[in-house]
Design a protein around this ligand. Sequence first.
Ligand SMILES: NC(=O)c1ccc[n+]([C@@H]2O[C@H](COP(=O)([O-])OP(=O)(O)OC[C@H]3O[C@@H](n4cnc5c(N)ncnc54)[C@H](O)[C@@H]3O)[C@@H](O)[C@H]2O)c1
Ligand SMILES: [Fe+2]
Length: 391
Amino acid sequence: MVWWFFCPNITYGEDALSDLETIKGKKAFIVTDKIINGLGLAEKVCRILTQKQWEAAIWDGVEPDPKISTVKSAAEAIKRFGADWIIAVGGGSVMDTAKAAWVLYEKPDVELHALTPFDELGLRTKAKLICIPTTTGTGSEATKAIVIRDDETGRKFATINPELTPDIALLDPEFVVGLPKNLTAYTGMDALTHAIEGYISVWKNDFSDGCSLQSVRMIFEWLPKSVENLSDLEAREKMLIAACLAGMSFGNSQAALAHSLGHSMGSVLRTHHGMSVGMALPYTVEFNCIDGGDAAKQYSELARMIGVSGKGDKKTSINFAQAIRDFMKTVGCPASFKEAGIKKKEFNAGLEKMVEFAMMDTSLTMNPRNTDSEEIRKLYQYMFEGKTVDF
Ligand SMILES: NC(=O)c1ccc[n+]([C@@H]2O[C@H](COP(=O)([O-])OP(=O)(O)OC[C@H]3O[C@@H](n4cnc5c(N)ncnc54)[C@H](O)[C@@H]3O)[C@@H](O)[C@H]2O)c1
Ligand SMILES: [Fe+2]
């Protein structure tokens, strides 16, 4: 069977930004958000290009979990400017907006909702894409995925197409050193969830496995260091690499149940993506390993690599779920809705919508264990209380 592995060219390390000087082009459109713009990070990129006589513009209209209307505004602005490079400077929200706006800039008739992995878009006739992440989690700089929010329903939907893989991912620790503690922890848990789900997804393959193994190893070592000392540049660089590797893994194998649960929490309760999928992760490990089959074997391989043991694959996987909970405590990520400060009333009011959205989420189809709405509801209820999954 023929299979493909997609990833961008990657430039990384201290002063990786200077690599921009080697790029050929004339007009760069920089997509970012107001916070990142306020920190001067987009301006850093702009300065390098204008010194080389490029024309460059900064557009900072992205909001967390971007809506289709935001993507359309970005595409309009790119069209008015006429870019030959689009440069995303930001977290997953900015990078996904830039990727989706790039599609509409090149192909205005594309319906983002209806985009499939098999469509031949014919991108790169007008522009190419560089992603410079300012968070250490989503790995969007390395994936062919976008996650956008529907304006009317509020539902976050993920879609993939190989042509959406950025041309260049530029990983410079200076761009993440200012990331606050909670976002460092949350986005780090997003990366861990990508690495683990990429390893158990039904589309897992030898290439994605390699990326997952190294990413899991690095996150367990370097995320606590990043959180403990926010200005530790080495830890920041290692987490940038680990998140990118995790993106390369799940981008080529796909995410699973924790992402279905997390996307739907984010849609309904507006919780941060990394916090949501991270919270769901240990519950999904327990749920997927229950029959002691392939998933249990795969989780236990990861568990043993980080020094967690147990009698048999199922018990090792259950111990792995507990090790993930302990890790979340160390880095400061809530392990239940209660710990996240979500009140029972708010949870109950959103529960049925979360179940409905989770059942519609594409990541569900990649999960090794089939599930239904009743089990999804039960999983959310266990996640509210912080109960170990026993079904
Ligand atoms: N396309 C993919 O492959 C993929 C993968 C995972 C997640 N996602 C999506 O990415 C989004 C989440 O992205 P995220 O977790 O990077 O967060 P984000 O981009 O939504 O940013 C969260 C907040 O952090 C701020 N921020 C970002 N960088 C900062 C910095 N260096 N210093 C200070 N503040 C900073 C932002 O301004 C924003 O307010 C979600 O919509 C999620 O669904 C996409
Ligand atoms: Fe994610």
